[in-house]
Design a protein around this ligand. Sequence first.
Ligand code: ATP
Ligand code: MG
Length: 578
Amino acid sequence: MNETNNAPGRPVPAAKNESSDFISEFIKEDLASGRFSYVHTRFPPEPNGWLHIGHCKAMTVDFNMAEKFGGKCNLRFDDTNPEKENVSYVEAIKRDVRWLGFDWEDREYYASDYYEYLYELALKIIKKGKAYVDDLSEDEISEYRGTAVPDKNNITLTPPGRNSPWRDRGVGENLDLFARMRAGEFADGQKTLRAKINMADPNLLMRDPVMYRIRRDTHYRTGNEWCIYPMYDFQHPLSDAKEGITHSLCSLEYEIHRPLYEWFIREAEVFPSRQIEFARLNLTHTVLSKRYLLRLVQEKHVAGWDDPRMPTIAGLRRRGYTPRALRSFISQIGIAKTDSTVDIAFLEYCLREDLNKTSPRAMAVLKPLKLIVENWDADREEELEAVNNPEDESAGKRKIRFTKELWIERDDFEEVPPPKYFRLFPGNSVRLRYGYIVTCTGCDKDSQGNVIAVRCSCDPATRGGNAPDNRKVKGTIHWLSVRDAVPIEVRIYDHLFSAEKPMEGGTPGDFLEKLNPASLELITDAYGEPCLASARAGDRFQFERLGYFARDPDSSGGRAVFNKTVGLRDTWARIANQ
Ligand code: ATP
Ligand code: MG
């Protein structure tokens, strides 16, 4: 079910050989046949972690389908697991959904508000003789259920399971025991309520699944009011039905649960919500499962759920992603019925497309080296004009100051240049962006022979970087005036995992071994233009020649911190054209 049919590196553009939107087709049929007269969807996160980009796909599908058919989409917290859920996750989820631009209006629901309703429906199913209280332990239940085994030809067989000795309890006894389960008369795990379906069904999920378990845990919303909690497969379809959800859209791993979804709807005799599955989003070089992301957080492999290396919405936001880029990415990968893995370079491509149009430019120097303009007076200052965004004329221009001492990147000088090196080396000329053409005259070294400053002369006829005589100057470099530059901290990120598919090969627990040890590089002694000091958290810039950067909320070090969002070079075009 979860096979990846697309090798990473291959684009997954709007599902070429599949219907680009099979869900719309299903919905159209349902409206035409009169099965439903309206469309109502829901986005149902469990508040047990922060949302990731896979959820961004799910909510885009949920909200967009509703909008497309003039319907509504609810936000429902599927919160029936007291151990793992809490209100801080609810808040984080709401913030992320809103930030992505989706609006659930006043339709914010909680499955935990439905406990009484679900209990009543359980009674109804018991009364029909379709559910029973079982005394088997959790381990015994799975042993009786049986497992899938490969035969000698490696074909999966599911030999029938065994009925529980308690399966044929009478309705009266079941009603009594279930009421006493609720009343707290039994210990955790001592009894369960199970649906009476078929212990020989080839689908193991249909072999008398557990509907309720006893669990003395404080739920973040209902406190200690309940000591029995409904299981997902029972709760989810009936919660959908309660809200009049017509199309319950979910990822492909729920396909195998669909017969059970339909069984509960039928036996509870409720609104006939329809489950439709679509492919999960997988991305190279990362993991998209809350369980594994939680481990990264708890074991401190990252700084938190919103660490800019995380594929969480909050991490991506802090990294500098825009809602528009994420939504454009989701719409371009399309909705398919088979799982695939999308190359993260394609996500970065979508991001760059957006940032290029919207980000103001600024200059920053990450590895500073001093450039001394020998023919410029020490106290002379000149104001030059720099374009804020060549893609957007309305962004205007700003003033930058040219002085005798400048900062340039250490990499932009070589005493002995390698072939095809067009930047500064003795005798060579470069253009200082928006400034002057300068010619390198030499460098200063310390006693160990390290270059500590570069020297040049400036051609006064080239103000603004224009050569009046059509001189060929191949290199243009960025710079800052030493007098104006403000110290900034820069955090450069690489893939969180070195492996393209961290969950493949070995056991799932091995995924931590595939973490990229060099996923974060801290640069604490960088410089930027003065305007960067007053940037607010979340402000985005293109640092000329370096990439896109976003101001981080962290200001604990006393200097502005910038996260590298993505580089300038498009690696996607190269991959796509292979
Ligand atoms: P995870 O596996 O990350 O814990 P989940 O499915 O348990 O995710 P939920 O909070 O239950 O998390 O998910 C809410 C909705 O998001 C579900 O409808 C689920 O199908 C969908 N969803 C989760 N992960 C993905 C994904 N990678 N791609 C598409 N949809 C997803
Ligand atoms: Mg899941």
